[in-house]
Design a binder for this molecule. Sequence first.
Ligand code: SME
Length: 196
Amino acid sequence: MQGSHGALADPAAGAPMVAAAPTACRAGGRCYTAPMTFQASTLTGSKPEQYAQLHDQARGLLAGERDRIANAANLSALVANALPALNWTGFYFYDGRELVVGPFQGLPACVRIPLDKGVCGAAASTRQTQRIADVHAFPGHIACDAASRSELVVPLLRGDELIGVFDLDSPEADRFDEDDQRGLEGIARLFVESLA
Ligand code: SME
C-alpha cells in the first residue's frame, strides 16, 4: 500500500493535525471550526501498521463531529487519497427501504440500491462484509463504474440498526485481502462510533 497524498499526521506533534483544528467562538456561543491544513505524508510499514496510521488519521478527522454527511464525506476523501488502486470509495445510507447514495469519491453512482440487489445489497441484508475478488462473477453485481473489477462492502451497524454500507471499488482484480478487510471494517466502526 503506497499512501500517496492523503495523510494528515503531524509527525512533530505525534498526533493527527486535524485533531487540533482550532475553533473560534463569537459572542452568544456560536462557534465555527477554522480551516484545517492537510499535510501530505506516506503510510509506512506493514499493511496492518499502515491501517493503524490511517485509523489514527480518521480518529483525528472525526473528533468532535457527529454529522454523518460531514464525517462520511471526509472519510471518503481520506481513504480514497490514502489507499492505492481505488476507483470508488463512499457511503450508501439505508432509508428504511433501500440504500441511497451518500458522500463518495469517484464517478457518479447508482442512486438507490434495493437490499436484494448487488454487492451493497448483499452486505446490507446479510450484515456481513462482502469481499468480492471478481465482481463479474458476482450474480447481480451492479456496475456503476465499468472499470470496477473487485469490491469490498462493509455494513454499517449500530447495534441491530442498519445505517448503511461503506463501499470500495477497485479497477484491479482481487484488490482487497484480509488486512484490507480488517482495516476498512475498523474505519467503518470509527464512522459509526462518531455518530453516537
Ligand atoms: N457495485 C455496487 C454498486 C455500487 S457502486 O459500486 C458505487 C453493487 O454491486 O452493489
